[in-house]
Design a protein around this ligand. Structure first.
Ligand code: COA
Length: 97
């Protein structure tokens, strides 16, 4: 089974969002779910979470050179704003090492 990486964001000690991702065979980390609790959306917390994931991967997983996710209705603009490009199926970003 391929391994997964989870991140949780807390404000003070309250969880307000998180993500689930999976290491793929092809040097890629796939974001399976990314969600911020409704009343905390649009405050850049999702962008912070994504950036934290990118920083962690570039520091500790040098074998991974790409992150990709499937954007739902609301998240297309979110991924694009964070520098991800759409290839027809996924929104992806290359990771600098
Ligand atoms: C998508 C989601 C993770 C974004 O997190 P967030 O913390 O609200 O987003 P940010 O505040 O970091 O937004 C950054 C940019 O993304 C875009 N964006 C974010 N949410 C958006 C929305 N609902 N509609 C359109 N654009 C959106 C905006 O361009 C925003 O920049 P701006 O505020 O300067 O215009 C969050 O809204 C969410 O949990 N949605 C429901 C679940 C979901 O769709 N998950 C993704 C697929 S698994």
């Amino acid at each position: 089974m391929m391994s997964r990486l989870f991140l949780l964001v807390k404000l003070d000690s309250t969880p307000v969002g998180g993500l689930e991702s999976r290491f793929e065979a092809s040097s890629c980390l796939k974001i399976l779910n990314l969600s911020i609790e409704k009343k905390f959306q649009k405050k850049m917390i999702g962008s912070y979470l994504l950036k934290s994931l990118e920083d962690y991967i570039s520091e500790f997983h040098r074998d991974i050179n790409k992150l990709s996710g499937i954007a739902g209705n609301d998240s297309k603009a979110f991924y694009e704003k964070n520098g991800y490009t759409f290839d027809g199926v996924f929104h992806s970003k290359l990771i600098q090492v």
